[in-house]
Design a protein around this ligand. Structure first.
Ligand SMILES: [Zn+2]
Length: 283
């Protein structure tokens, strides 16, 4: 299918009272597995490349973005391209030329005032080019001039009034919020604050995004979608599936050298994980 835009996928999810998942692409096999898993589940999905993944590719966005785009173009599933956790303005400015329809601009290391200014500028730049811009807000609080607490830090919660003010001041299209999940969890034990999700959903007019969903149990994800989470980000769970399959194969076949032998089960394991997550988002 031709590449979709993230804005289109989010709008369709909203209309159908469900959520759309964004999965992190590190290698070509990730992109292929996301497309296969989306086809298996009969759902849309977002191929998301983070600034850290770009660093892994020697700082070059072009090759991995082209690979993800080509995978989307030949898939039966409807897929879009999203640039995740962008800190570098140079990388942000490359999003459009490389075919990305959306960006998560991460100004979480700045003070609140600097964050609002930089994010509003990123939004203005993006909207002139039809790019959908996501940002994140943890807890502002703290001492004047200090950065707000990172939305990904364990224990942090986003305040609905602060979230409303932030969305108004920046004009962002979607907001990642801190409601109990955190990044890089390899066990699915996070408990979400569903009352807070509902309060945030009432407080801000834009879609809410859950980062760190790999550590959130299925039932918690389903309830978060019912309370109004519209974009669910999944990264670590794919890597757990990938590496688990590679490790199992190499332990069983210690003299294997052909990477296809272990990348096939690794890609299949990731596709299964993708399809499983997508089936939780029906709302
Ligand atoms: Zn994140």
């Amino acid at each position: 299918m031709p590449l979709a835009t993230t804005g289109e996928l989010i709008a369709a999810a909203r209309q159908n009272n469900r959520a759309v998942a964004a999965f992190n692409v590190i290698t070509l096999e990730h992109a292929e597995a996301i497309a296969t898993g989306a086809e298996q589940a009969g759902a849309d999905a977002i191929l998301q490349i983070s600034e850290n993944a770009v660093k892994f590719h020697g700082g070059s966005l072009t090759a991995i973005a082209a690979a993800a785009k080509a995978v989307a173009g030949t898939s039966r599933a409807r897929l879009s391209l999203h640039l995740d956790h962008v800190v570098s303005e140079d990388l942000l400015k490359r999003a459009h030329a490389e075919g990305f329809s959306s960006v998560m601009f991460d100004a979480s290391k700045m003070t609140y005032a600097e964050n609002v200014k930089a994010t509003a500028e990123a939004v203005r730049w993006g909207h002139e080019r039809g790019i959908w811009v996501e940002a994140e807000l943890g807890k502002v609080g703290g001492k004047e001039g200090e950065p707000p607490l990172d939305a990904h830090a364990p224990g942090v919660r986003t305040d609905p009034d602060e979230a409303r003010a932030y969305v108004e001041a920046t004009g962002v299209d979607a907001l990642a919020v801190a409601v109990g999940s955190s990044h890089a969890m390899t066990e699915r034990t996070a408990a979400l604050d569903h009352e807070l999700i509902a309060a945030l959903q009432r407080a801000v007019p834009v879609p809410l995004v859950l980062h760190g969903s790999s550590g959130v149990p299925d039932a918690e994800i389903r309830e978060a979608v019912r309370s109004g989470m519209l974009k669910i980000n999944v990264g670590t769970a794919l890597n757990t599936a990938f590496t688990g399959a590679v490790r199992a194969f190499l332990e069983a076949h210690p003299s294997a050298v052909d990477p296809r032998k272990y990348l096939v089960p690794a890609r299949e394991a990731m596709a299964g994980t993708v399809a499983h997550f997508l089936r939780q988002l029906e709302g």
